[in-house]
Design a protein around this ligand. Sequence first.
Ligand SMILES: Nc1nc(=O)c2ncn([C@@H]3O[C@@H]4COP(=O)(O)O[C@H]5[C@@H](O)[C@H](n6cnc7c(N)ncnc76)O[C@@H]5COP(=O)(O)O[C@@H]3[C@@H]4O)c2[nH]1
Lengths: 179, 179
Amino acid sequence: NVAHGLAWSFYLGYLKLVLPNLKKAVSSFNKENSNLLCCEEICKLHILIPLSCRIHSNLSEVDSNIQFVKELPLLQIDRAGVKGRVYKNSMYRIVDEDGRLYYCPVEYATPLHTLYAMSGTTSAGFSSEDRLLQAKLFYTTLKDILENSLDCRNCYRLVVYDDSAISEDEAQNIHFLSR
Amino acid sequence: NVAHGLAWSFYLGYLKLVLPNLKKAVSSFNKENSNLLCCEEICKLHILIPLSCRIHSNLSEVDSNIQFVKELPLLQIDRAGVKGRVYKNSMYRIVDEDGRLYYCPVEYATPLHTLYAMSGTTSAGFSSEDRLLQAKLFYTTLKDILENSLDCRNCYRLVVYDDSAISEDEAQNIHFLSR
Ligand SMILES: Nc1nc(=O)c2ncn([C@@H]3O[C@@H]4COP(=O)(O)O[C@H]5[C@@H](O)[C@H](n6cnc7c(N)ncnc76)O[C@@H]5COP(=O)(O)O[C@@H]3[C@@H]4O)c2[nH]1
């Protein structure tokens, strides 16, 4: 089924390439930016998985407690005929409900965009009821794959949340500030 | 099944973004490089689909008649929390069997890499017999999607070939030089 293939593709075609490189990218970010990221926990890629599959291009628009800081150093790899394909991650500053500051790389799981768009296209043969089921399956498959991957150990945090019940903004706020 | 989701993800997450922008990218490439690309036909993205799913990172290594020229102007989009995500394509110069020169952007369909890698990982639950079937399904699904897409009309060429029977180099040579 669709979610199984998308989870494997997300791992084989992206996370397996960028996560092992993340520590290096964060430490050179630190040198350039007077050691913003102090502790181990926050140089993990925080991968957001909203079960509604609604993903936004810009995180700061969804929740004002999350501000874009800067991009991490780029990773460039010759891949499938594209010379120097670019992989980049964005660093964010997050204020939690107690006013504490965190810095960490955050992004949505890109394949959720595919699930959302497919459920909106009749020829893709995929209903919105399927969407919730596929989103859960994507999460559990990805979790299994990453737990068995030595390369990616301690480099990521999957943040799954159910935002289908309440409005967009509340979901994001409740979720992010409860970190 | 896997190929269906990967074809939709390739279209929704990539081709739908880059193909409509390709004409603009090629015309600004032309201004900077004294009009290398003269005719309409060759500013199409040539997407290679070897049914063996064996894809290479570097095209010039596979067939010396194909040489990397330069990258096209970048496309940057805020996407899923990554600010300014980069999409780039590589321009190649191809010599055909009559010695004629062509210039065009070429790359493999990256999802084939996922199919190849999944068939090599036991926990992905996908055998190498499945691979050929899935590759064909990927091609037919992608072809249908693109034929129904107004945005991408005349911006691409799907180049499918069966390289499973003969050795790597021959397949590439026979295929590319018969353009
Ligand atoms: N956040 C993020 N940043 C990235 O750089 C990135 N690159 C890939 N992915 C996601 O990992 C998975 C595997 O990628 P693959 O390259 O095999 O398939 C990709 C690839 O076939 C094609 N594609 C996307 N971006 C590019 C690109 N820049 N160059 C060439 N092909 C691309 O379209 C597919 C779907 O892309 P996304 O829908 O962005 O999600 C992908 C996918 O879920 C990324 N996710």
